[in-house]
Design a binder for this molecule. Structure first.
Ligand code: MG
Length: 390
């Protein structure tokens, strides 16, 4: 057996990997699953949730109706899971936990991507704000209605910890055990750390791909960016006559590959040096143990900056974002003034949360309803609410 296949077949987890048998457990205690680990059960519940299916019709950068081939939140989440699992396996970490965190990490996203999040956050300003990360947690802890014995999906502490990538100190104080790491400045599991960076690898690479497909950015412009330029040179010298589309795909796959390899090798060295013997040692470590090398980090930042100025702020993307923001704001204002404009189950949620939390509760229920919408549902609701001919 050569060393490559030995690595692939080595299923032993590192001592610092998350161990489902040592999980900090679920909010509502349950018997252990048969033939699955606790983290496998988490992942399976995420896949069966309504919020997961809605990701198919939620924007990543391009709104759903702009084209069939662009990434959506669903394909993005699956790509993050793929990248994250590769890294987890290479570092002998827990793939099931990694996959669950990756598939759930965007469940709380509003329709219309960041434009939707910003608009809803502005609407919620005097009611405690809106943050998609916290909303993802709210979806899995409370909003999913699937099980007889508990609200939400009742996931393990470690999956929930991974979903909550960041959080303000004020919100952390209200989250109990889950928020404690932000106050005590501790790290999450290595699986959570790596999934966070797998998210970056996935969106940087697929936004290059989608950006080129849309024609909003060009290969010539991207060739001024070191990370892209390096891979472009390699592909051009190996395959000088390759058709443009295949050239782009060769570059994109190599962009993912070189970042994954850098992350695995840098993190392997850091883990070897720190030698954490448990997830608790990982948590207590002063800084994340999963990271890129300094040079890859710098190249990454350069690419991100390019995408921000040339793609995310491109006037055609901005024009759609502005429309999206207005749609969300108009719906929020209409619903909060008159909740009877919403479907009955949403009205019931308003009544329930208003009874307990007053005006803040009313606003939160409206935000939950809007955040749960897909892009096309939000557009249709806008028409139904404001267009008398509709
Ligand atoms: Mg993401």
């Amino acid at each position: 057996m050569n060393s490559a296949s030995a690595t692939i077949h080595n299923s032993t987890l590192a001592p610092c990997a998350a161990d489902p048998a040592a999980s900090r457990g679920r909010l509502h205690p349950e018997a252990s699953p048969a033939y699955r680990s606790e983290y496998q059960r988490d992942r399976d519940r995420i896949i069966h949730s309504a919020a997961f299916r809605r990701l198919e019709y939620k924007t990543q950068v391009f709104v759903n109706h702009e084209g069939d081939l662009f990434r959506t939140r669903l394909t993005h989440s699956i790509e993050v899971a793929q990248v994250a699992r590769s890294i987890a396996r290479a570092l002998q970490l827990n793939e099931d936990l990694t996959e669950g965190i990756a598939l759930a990490h965007d469940l709380g996203h509003t329709p219309f991507g960041h434009a939707g999040q910003d608009a809803l956050n502005a609407c919620m300003k005097s009611y405690g704000g809106f943050e998609h990360n916290l909303q993802s947690l709210r979806v899995v802890d409370e909003l999913e209605e699937r099980y007889a014995e508990f609200p939400g999906l009742n996931l393990t502490f470690e999956t929930r910890e991974g979903i909550l990538k960041h959080c303000s100190l004020k919100n952390a104080a209200e989250l109990g055990e889950l928020g404690r790491r932000f106050i005590e400045k501790q790290q999450p599991t290595l699986e959570a750390q790596l999934t966070n960076l797998a998210d970056e690898i996935a969106y940087n690479s697929h936004d290059v791909d989608d950006g080129l497909r849309s024609g909003l950015i060009t290969v010539e412009a991207l060739a001024t960016i070191t990370l892209f330029q390096e891979q472009y040179e390699i592909v051009r010298s190996l395959y000088p006559d390759l058709a443009p589309r295949r050239t782009i795909h060769e570059i994109v796959r190599r962009l993912i590959g070189c970042q994954v390899i850098d992350l695995v090798e840098t993190s392997k060295a850091a883990l070897l040096q720190a030698n954490p013997d448990s997830t608790d040692a990982v948590r207590r470590h002063g800084e994340p143990l999963i990271d890129f090398s300094d040079s890859m980090r710098a190249k990454n930042i350069e690419l991100k900056r390019f995408l921000r100025t040339r793609l995310y702020r491109h006037y055609r993307v901005h024009r759609m974002s502005a429309k999206a923001g207005r749609t969300i704001t108009a719906l929020f204002e209409a619903y909060i003034d008159d909740p009877r404009l919403m479907p009955e189950d949403a009205q019931q949620q308003v009544a329930l949360l208003e009874k307990t939390f007053g005006k803040d509760g009313r606003a939160r229920a409206v935000a939950d309803y809007i955040a749960g919408m897909t892009d096309r549902y939000a557009i249709a609701e806008y028409q139904r609410t404001f267009n008398p001919a509709n």
